[in-house]
Design a protein around this ligand. Structure first.
Ligand SMILES: [Zn+2]
Ligand SMILES: [Zn+2]
Length: 163
């Protein structure tokens, strides 16, 4: 059956930040192709299938919605992941049953951020700072590695819900 989950996240940016969500994410999924639970899927919005980590085989899972929002200092992401799913038991641990939402749901969202302070002082690579938000992480503030200006604050981990 066709199933969907929604991943949502929110960060706060400072006026010095030029913030862009990446369209690539990693998501833990019970994989019907290799019959293993808890596989990390490499997903990219615009790609028609995901790649199951390990031997990187294609899998019927994709990013079917990718909406970013800007409200004042808030940058939001709402990402819909659609996948083909059916019940199975894990190939190497037959007692473990797969589920629509992995037993330990996990996601990593990525972003790129630039520092306007460095841009204004003429630094050539002011746009190249990469960061991520992942399940299990607490509040974190990212600062510019060059000038230490605060850029992005995440209040917590992304949320994952079956929809
Ligand atoms: Zn797989
Ligand atoms: Zn800087």
């Amino acid at each position: 059956m066709l199933s969907h989950v929604e991943v949502t996240a929110r960060v706060t940016v400072t006026p010095a930040a030029h913030f862009v969500w990446s369209n690539r994410l990693d998501y833990t999924h019970d994989c019907l192709v290799c019959l293993r639970v808890g596989r990390v899927m490499q997903l990219q919005h615009g790609k028609p299938y995901g790649l199951c980590a390990g031997n990187e085989h294609p899998a019927p899972i994709r990013v079917s919605g990718f909406d970013t929002t800007d409200h004042g200092a808030e940058r939001g992401l709402r990402c819909r992941i659609s996948f083909w799913w059916a019940p199975f038991n894990d190939l190497t641990e037959p007692a473990v049953q797969a589920s629509e939402l992995s037993a330990e749901p996990w996601v990593q969202l990525n972003y790129r951020v630039g520092c306007h302070t460095c841009r204004d002082t003429g630094a050539g690579d002011w746009l190249g700072i990469e960061g991520f938000l992942r399940s299990g992480s607490g509040p974190v503030t990212t600062s510019c590695p060059r000038c230490a200006t605060e850029l992005v604050t995440a209040a917590g981990a992304p949320k994952i819900n079956l929809v």
